[in-house]
Design a protein around this ligand. Structure first.
Ligand code: ZN
Length: 126
């Protein structure tokens, strides 16, 4: 039921938001069931977990490579395509660069952009 809802289109949802949406559809389930299943689906790679504007856990039904642009005021999340730098994704480029200059082994390069959305909502990025 959760996967079906999330697969209808690309969505960014919190556990509470998803719980409310499923309840409005007449589904009978508890918030703890939603939390439990979101965790299982994220660990299985079917959802991607990330931190929202207030640090809250959000879940993304789009697991293809992309970055998030997050508005600090409204919490709006916009998907941004991954730019290429020297023929590799920005994340892979950053990973190689940071490993070269620090000697660290970077296991999880991720890029999140936080800021403020324009009042008119801005142009579509993808
Ligand atoms: Zn996304």
């Amino acid at each position: 039921m959760i996967l079906r809802y999330l697969s209808e289109r690309d969505r960014h949802v919190s556990a509470e938001g998803l719980f409310g949406a499923l309840k409005r559809r007449g589904e009978d389930l508890s918030l703890s069931t939603v939390y439990l299943n979101l965790g299982v689906l994220a660990r299985a790679g079917l959802l991607r977990e990330f931190a929202g504007a207030g640090g809250e856990a959000l879940y993304d039904s789009n697991v293809r490579d992309h970055y998030h642009l997050i508005c600090r005021e409204t919490g709006e999340v916009r998907d941004v395509p991954v730019p290429l730098v020297d023929g590799m994704s920005l994340g892979a480029f950053l990973q190689a660069y940071v490993e070269r200059v620090t000697g660290w082994q970077v296991e999880e390069p991720s890029v999140t952009l936080r800021g403020r959305a324009p009042d008119d909502g801005g142009s579509e990025a993808s």
